[in-house]
Design a protein around this ligand. Structure first.
Ligand code: HEM
Length: 374
């Protein structure tokens, strides 16, 4: 069943129509919500700015931002992990993929938040105000991103990095795309990139705060390893992505009549694949609700191919897997280098999705930080 889902052609299970059910047309079109040849061509172009080599360049941008903001975190008072990681991951993504300054990034984040607001009833004062806010935000997002595209056009050297290389690559697409379409690609990169990474890094730090023994072990391993090489951080990352995949489910629409197992899905059926449920299947993971990073340090290879799919699988595997992994681990490593994290024991904090796309912990993930003594 999972194999059929991940191997299906776009003409069988459409990504674009699946994501349209969620996004509507508020954010334009990019890799995530394109199908068939336009998707293949855009993916070829974009992978040049999302591969391992490009990711290594972004690590230094992310490192500079983190070295500025992490040591400034307050000690001995509550820190909301998700609020912190949202701000920082958006600043990194906006710098790398749109060449925006910290203050432009902060404005754009506010505008995106308005655009992701849930639908409100027309004719109510709140609903009418929101419609006006959405229209205003769309105009301002468009202006900011078209300025970013303009600045990138002005960079002559197509081997240059980040947004300039991105725009140069997109210009090689058949067409070639208009500035508006390029802005759509940038928007999808920002959206697909920042919320996922923000959520995953907040959950990782939160789980380590709730598991002090694992936290100390990861900190010791980080100190003893080359940068980016800690096996224990890698294991804690995988275990967090298993328990808390930033995309709970993948939306698709059946384009033709399809048979899944013994179920007929008539053309037009909305299909949702649940990553979250699959990754807590006791048939694949013993005590599936427990945080046990050590399950990823063993050489157990008995799990099926689709038991773990936090970044999806197959030809539409997350295009930003290297960037998202690097950034999540770098955030965790930088915070753990400066601070030990403490969270009171308490009931599990679940998630909500106010708008069907972004996932937010249902309560703030609050920790207290103490400086690490060296
Ligand atoms: C750690 C964080 C991340 C996770 C867990 C994650 C997860 C995913 C998943 C599950 C998909 C498949 C969506 C679908 O098939 O419907 C996806 C697609 C995608 N992701 Fe990520 N993502 C992460 C970070 C990023 C980053 C940092 C970027 C960009 C810089 C990015 C860009 C994309 C794009 C463009 C797609 C669409 C790929 C395509 O359809 O060809 N992601 N991601």
């Amino acid at each position: 069943m999972a194999e059929h889902f991940f191997d299906a052609a776009d003409s069988e299970l459409s990504h674009a129509h699946g994501w349209d059910l969620i996004f509507g047309d508020r954010f334009g079109r990019g890799l995530l919500n394109l199908d068939d040849e336009p998707h293949r061509a855009a993916r070829r172009a974009l992978m040049a700015v999302l591969n391992r080599k490009a990711t290594a360049e972004y690590a230094s941008v992310a490192g500079e931002i983190l070295d500025r903001v992490v040591p400034a975190l307050p000690v001995d008072e509550p820190v909301d992990l998700h609020a912190f990681t949202k701000k920082v991951t958006f600043e990194v993504a906006a710098a790398v993929f749109a060449g925006l300054s910290a203050s432009e990034a902060s404005e754009l984040l506010g505008l995106f938040t308005t655009l992701q607001a849930p639908d409100l009833e027309l004719g109510t004062p709140g609903g009418d105000r929101l419609i006006r806010d959405i229209a205003r935000s769309r105009r301002r997002v468009r202006a900011l991103l078209l300025t970013a595209v303009d600045r990138a056009h002005a960079v002559e050297d197509s081997r240059s990095y980040g947004v300039a290389r991105l725009v140069a690559r997109l210009r090689t697409l058949p067409g070639p795309p208009t500035d508006e379409e390029i802005a759509g690609h940038i928007t999808i990169l920002l959206l697909a990139g920042f919320e996922t990474t923000a959520y995953l890094s907040a959950r990782l730090l939160w789980l380590l705060a709730r598991h002090p023994a694992e936290q100390s072990a990861v900190r010791r391993d980080l100190a003893a390893s080359e940068p980016g090489d800690s096996q224990l951080l890698e294991a804690a990352f995988s275990e967090t992505a298993r328990l808390h995949p930033p995309l709970f489910w993948l939306p698709r629409r059946a384009e033709t009549d399809l048979i899944f197992g013994d179920t007929l899905l008539p053309a037009g059926t909305e299909v949702f694949y649940s990553i979250a449920d699959t990754q807590r299947d006791p048939a694949s993971f013993a005590d599936p609700d427990e945080f046990r990073p050590q399950r990823f340090t063993s050489t157990d290879t008995t799990r099926g191919r689709f038991a773990m799919t936090p970044f999806s699988a197959g030809r539409r595997l997350c295009a930003g897997i290297h960037v998202g992994t690097m950034e999540t681990k770098l955030i965790a490593a930088t915070v753990l280098h400066h601070f030990s994290l403490h969270a009171p024991p308490g009931p599990h904090i679940g998630d909500t999705s106010p708008n069907g796309t972004s996932i937010t912990p249902s309560e703030p993930l609050l920790v207290r930080l103490q400086e690490v003594m060296r």
